[in-house]
Design a protein around this ligand. Structure first.
Ligand code: CP
Ligand code: NVA
Length: 309
């Protein structure tokens, strides 16, 4: 049996494969124009396939986009929270992987710890997809890049600025910078930096990343400004985080430093008045709802890629 094709992180998938996934996402989105949301794509590439969707943490976008994505691809999905499963009572990840591999054709996991994801993938004989871990959120970034391209932006050389916490989403942007050739500036306060080993990994793979503590300086002439919550799922000390990160709110003043045609991205859920002002996220430069919709299209291309081997 061949090794399954997992989608665990943008760092370990070749740039040409990621490019092909994005192209497929654009193509499939266009092909659905005029169809109702529940209609099946003409080629139904996942006919007869079922994807398990397992959640250790909350989700709106990931849950609904994977479920609808499988339906549109002509397949089906089964959703469970880890607490519904014996996994939540101490059954090992290893045994869970082996058992689920006998029932379903693929597994999407949203995990507290990235180690849980890699252990699942090591022991599964079907593809495993990262639906967010404490380390990374690669499906999100594929949707974000699709959004920028459909806005007519060429990723190569584009100036993206991340402002706020150096979290899981920021790490996936760093990984993506090495694969898609955009320039990434990351602005975080002390104590909230993207982990040094992730920056080294991305830079070692060719990513052009600048790090600065000053968010205004970071946003100067940016083509895209990106924010995310200051308190990610599983983070402790919410009050301290909100206080430490408050100067990193993406406000109109900060957006005025960026290019006049700059776009604003946020993976959602958002907290208006914390990491972003309502006038920015609900304003003309924001493409956050296209970004949310593209979770569906990008993930369909990811699922197909996983099953295509
Ligand atoms: N952006 C994102 O992953 O959203 P959910 O947590 O709702 O899945
Ligand atoms: N950084 C956030 C992303 C949510 C989609 C979190 O991990 O909670």
């Amino acid at each position: 049996m061949s090794t399954p094709r997992h989608f665990l992180g943008l760092d370990d998938i070749p740039a040409s494969e990621l490019r092909a996934i994005l192209d497929e996402a654009h193509k499939r989105k266009k092909a659905r124009a005029g169809l109702s949301k529940g209609a099946i794509d003409a080629d139904a590439p996942c006919d007869g396939k079922t994807l398990a969707l397992i959640f250790e943490k909350s989700s709106t976008r990931t849950r609904f986009s994977f479920d609808m994505g499988m339906r549109q691809l002509g397949g089906s999905s089964i959703t469970a929270t880890a607490n519904d499963m014996q996994l939540g009572r101490g059954e090992t990840v290893d045994d869970t992987a082996k058992v689920l591999s006998r029932f379903v054709d693929g597994i999407m996991l949203r995990a507290n710890s990235h180690d849980t994801l890699t252990e699942l993938a090591r022991n599964a004989s079907v593809p495993v997809i990262n639906g967010l871990t404490d380390r990374s959120h690669p499906c999100q970034i594929m949707a974000d890049l699709q959004t920028l391209e459909e806005q007519g932006r060429d990723l190569n050389g584009l100036r993206l600025t991340w402002v706020g916490d150096g979290n899981n989403v920021a790490v996936s942007f760093a990984h993506a910078a090495a694969k898609f050739g955009f320039n990434l500036t990351i602005s975080t306060p002390q104590g909230y930096a993207v982990p040094g080993q992730e920056l080294s990994l991305a830079r070692g793979a060719g990513a052009k990343i600048t790090v600065t503590e000053n968010p205004m300086e970071a946003s100067k002439d940016a083509d895209v400004v990106i924010a995310d919550t200051f308190v990610s799922m599983g983070d402790k000390d919410a009050d301290k985080r909100l206080a430490d990160l408050a100067p990193y709110e993406v406000t109109d003043a900060l957006m005025s430093k960026a290019d006049k045609d700059a776009l604003f991205l946020h993976c959602l859920p958002a907290h208006r008045g914390e990491e972003v002002s309502a006038s920015v996220i609900d304003g003309p430069q924001s493409v956050v709802f296209d970004e949310a919709e593209n979770r569906l299209h990008a993930q369909k291309a990811i699922i197909k890629w996983c099953f295509d081997r």
